[in-house]
Design a protein around this ligand. Structure first.
Ligand code: KG4
Ligand code: ZN
Length: 340
């Protein structure tokens, strides 16, 4: 059977990602090549993503990255059968760069263009690992913009069990990190600082921990961190900052673990998939692994490098959709679609 080769583009925020995935019959799709350019260094001076700069940088990077991916795979544009791109959610200008390039390439090559939901990309990113999950499973999606628990029966068959009513888990990491004077994006910096801190040195709230529902709230935690930052003053010692970082991380991890266990209990499922940038957090992985091992639940993660935004997850989501014939109907229109 002739394989379908999917060229995927991600440009929703501050990473330009391009990847090529091949799918044939029922076999697991294979990642042939990928390339990524992170804009983190560019935005760091501003303490966060500057949308206008992000869009312009995507324009600069996207075609060279596509060329790099094809050359890594020893292929040319003529070998591509379908072009996929992140449809949203994300920064409108940044999304339009990936969508514009993907739809134009598809038009020029007379190929279909397939828009992919960014969160579906994250959700299906563990299928790029050597040990992909089987359906059905519970998914904990923890990114900079979203925190959701989902029941996943198959590609495209998703039921939201609970989500955040205010900030996302990544946002809680990032905003707390900023309060601690750490650079953008704060999550990984806070995690590093927390390594030599004592999580019990500060008593921080775990909002909605006992709500009995798989929902989340992180805004109150940020406020509590702000109160502590004011208390410790302008020049706290390094150990105090590390302690506050560790306490913040512990509060977020406790809530994520407890709610994941609740969703597993509610659904009776024995598999958990963790995806999105916060899924890279080592303490979260440790705590989930320990709690799930006790309950006979298997936990799947994307490879560390594929937790944050990348093109491979978009190409993979498209390949899994193609494999199930889900790419028909509208989504596979030859004129693509510009729903951002
Ligand atoms: O999934 P992602 O790359 O982008 C969105 O779709 O939002 O997630 C980025 C988020 C940021 O909030 C970042 O601080 C967080 O993931 N993050 C981490 C870690 N690595 C990335 N948070 C905690 N610990 C980490 N190691
Ligand atoms: Zn993302």
């Amino acid at each position: 059977m002739k394989p379908t080769r999917v060229l995927g583009f991600e440009s929703s925020c501050d990473e330009t990602g391009v990847a090529l995935v091949e799918v044939a019959g029922d076999a697991p799709p294979r990642l042939l090549a990928q390339a990524l350019h992170s804009q983190i260094a560019m935005h760091q001076a501003y303490g966060g993503v500057v949308p206008e700069l992000a869009s312009r940088d995507h324009v600069r990077r996207v075609l060279p990255l596509a060329r790099e991916v094809l050359s890594q795979a020893g292929l040319t544009l003529r070998d591509v059968d379908l072009v996929a791109y992140t449809q949203g959610p994300g920064l409108a200008g940044a999304l339009l760069v990936g969508a514009g390039v993907a739809v134009s390439l598809a038009a020029a090559l007379d190929l279909p263009a397939l828009p992919i939901h960014h969160l579906e990309g994250h959700l299906l990113s563990p299928f790029l690992s050597a040990d992909p999950p089987e359906f059905p499973f519970v998914a904990l999606l923890v990114s900079g913009g979203h925190t959701q628990l989902m029941r996943v029966d198959d590609v495209g068959a998703y039921e939201i069990l609970g989500e955040t009513i205010d900030d996302a888990a990544g946002e809680a990491f990032d905003k707390s990190a900023k309060l601690l004077g750490l650079p953008y994006p704060g999550g990984p910096h806070l995690a590093r600082l927390a390594e030599f801190g004592n999580p019990e040195a500060f008593d921080l709230p775990r909002p909605l921990l006992h709500s009995g529902k798989p929902d989340f709230s992180f805004a109150g935690l940020k406020t509590a961190v702000l109160t502590q930052v004011k208390k410790i003053g302008d020049s706290p010692c390094e150990q105090t900052r590390a302690d506050l970082a560790a306490a913040t991380q512990a509060a977020i991890v406790d809530v994520l673990v407890k709610k994941s266990l609740l969703a597993l209990k509610e659904t009776g499922l024995k598999r958990l998939v963790v995806a999105g940038g916060v899924g890279a957090n080592a303490r979260l992985r440790e705590a989930l692994n320990a709690a799930c091992a006790k309950r006979g639940v298997r936990v799947h993660y994307p490879e560390l490098a594929l937790c944050t935004d990348n093109g491979a997850m978009i190409a993979m989501a498209a390949a899994l959709r193609v494999q199930r014939g889900l790419a028909g109907e509208g989504a596979l229109r030859r004129d693509g679609g510009f729903e951002v």
